[in-house]
Design a protein around this ligand. Sequence first.
Ligand SMILES: Nc1ncnc2c1ncn2[C@@H]1O[C@H](COP(=O)(O)OP(=O)(O)OP(=O)(O)O)[C@@H](O)[C@H]1O
Ligand SMILES: [Mg+2]
Length: 232
Amino acid sequence: MLYTEKVVSGYNKVMIVNHIDIQVDKGEMVSIIGRNGVGKSTLMKTLIGLNKVEKGKIYLGNRDITKTKAYTRAQIGIGYVPQGHGVFPLLTVEENLIMGRNINSRKAADNFEIVYSYFPRLKERKKQKAGTMSGGEQAMLSIGRVLIGAPEIILLDEPSEGVQPNVVSQMGEILIKISKELKITILMVEQHMGLIQQISDRGYVMDKGSIVASISKEQIHNSEEIRRYLTI
Ligand SMILES: Nc1ncnc2c1ncn2[C@@H]1O[C@H](COP(=O)(O)OP(=O)(O)OP(=O)(O)O)[C@@H](O)[C@H]1O
Ligand SMILES: [Mg+2]
């Protein structure tokens, strides 16, 4: 579904992401874990096209998207939920969803009800300004906003950030349902052990801009090992 070959990227000649090879197959839920500042968000921004690839390649299916604009990547099926959720605070819930739909208006015309079926709270709150919602509600909205564009793969950057612990596990359940029922692939950056263990089929560990380990489902459930990767 999505794979990279020795991708290098960064900011203003300072390279942050260093020869990254990752692969996510159709229907998988894969996590990228690692401490603060190791380059996880930079990698995600590179995958969606907000950061330029300096070296290496990115493929979506058979298509080389290394030089494809972010807007086009969204249209051809990559949904991106940035760290901090990135909702438009002054727009209502419904208007935020419309912004997501406009990326891919043809396919997404009827997707409001699908989004509301996974997130009934968003329907109840559709006239509320997004900035006045709780962290958990904003997280749900940010996921709804990409879901409405009918993506094939969703890139999630720390969806648990600013979300109450009990809501994080609800969010995990919804992500699992979305992935299974709508056959959407998920690549998630996370540091929240509970969410990592709840949804991941497998994972990668990132450190200092590189992938330093690939972790199996069994290893994901070894809390001591995961804690070590998150805190070393
Ligand atoms: N816009 C930017 N311009 C220059 N440097 C940046 C920019 N964004 C991030 N960096 C630097 O890139 C490095 C990696 O940051 P990044 O946000 O990718 O890490 P992260 O693993 O996502 O961290 P966190 O877990 O805190 O979200 C850091 O040293 C950071 O200071
Ligand atoms: Mg980050």
